[in-house]
Design a protein around this ligand. Sequence first.
Ligand code: BTN
Length: 305
Amino acid sequence: MQEEIINLLKKGNKLPKDAIDETDNLDINQYSAAIQELGKKETEHIKSSEISKNLNTTYIGKDLYVYSEVNSTNTVAKFLSMQNVKNGTVIISEKQTKGKGRSGKNWESPLGGVWMSIIFKPNVEQSKFPFITLATGVAVAKTLEHVGIEQPEIKWPNDILIDGKKVCGILTESVSKSNIIENVIIGVGIDVNLETSQFPQELQQITTTIKEELGKEYDENLLIKIFLEEFEKISKLFNHEEYEAILKEWRKRSYTIGKTVEVKKPFNTNFDAYVLGIDRDGALIVEKNDGTIEKVISGECIVKN
Ligand code: BTN
């Protein structure tokens, strides 16, 4: 991560190009101050002033850092989360050069998408972690509904689909102390003003973009503002431990319940199962072909019908 942060500072002329050897002596507070300063510089497409205009939140997105290019907003967010930034701070970048997807995959992040990470400090037990991802999925789905998409759906645990095609991915990473989650980095990538032809061949048939769905571009700043408001609303349910209310919203938009899936497991122990529902811990409840019921707490599943 240190190398990525150094590269970011070099790009923003905060460090001389040959500074790599000298950075060992740089104080972490100096890095942090420089990164924060860079994130307050004017950017071309995504404008923090536009997002903040009429932003109706009390803590989410009150502090915004917007970059023209970073490796990954999750990496920058992880770094800043260790520097005493406020709960609800948001990192956005117009492009990512090394966007991270789930399971170590790359995430295509060209100009035109919304690539952002929220630093969330929930101070709750590890067992509540799945609800953060589920809640974020609901916030994205509700944002798409505002934007005019008719029936966005959520594929467990956290892909947002339109007519079965992926339009958004969420990558939550946590920093915990013993059993308590201190910081969660919630990375959200939404394919907004892009065309699927910009993606690698293998993704073109299984993804979509807001531009393609609406038949026109949508203002990215407005979309971010709506999302931050939706995220704050649902984060308050989380903060008040109203997990059932989050699940209710999630179930309404579920793409996965009632489908046959292949549950992906480590060491080639994948299995097919029918999805019965999601339980009060946020785990998927599935019935295997032999009739046994299993709880899937984390992982991925491929929908087969
Ligand atoms: C997935 O594989 O579905 C998760 C994709 C998450 C992408 C977002 S874009 C903003 C944030 N920064 C990253 O590097 N990844 C997440």
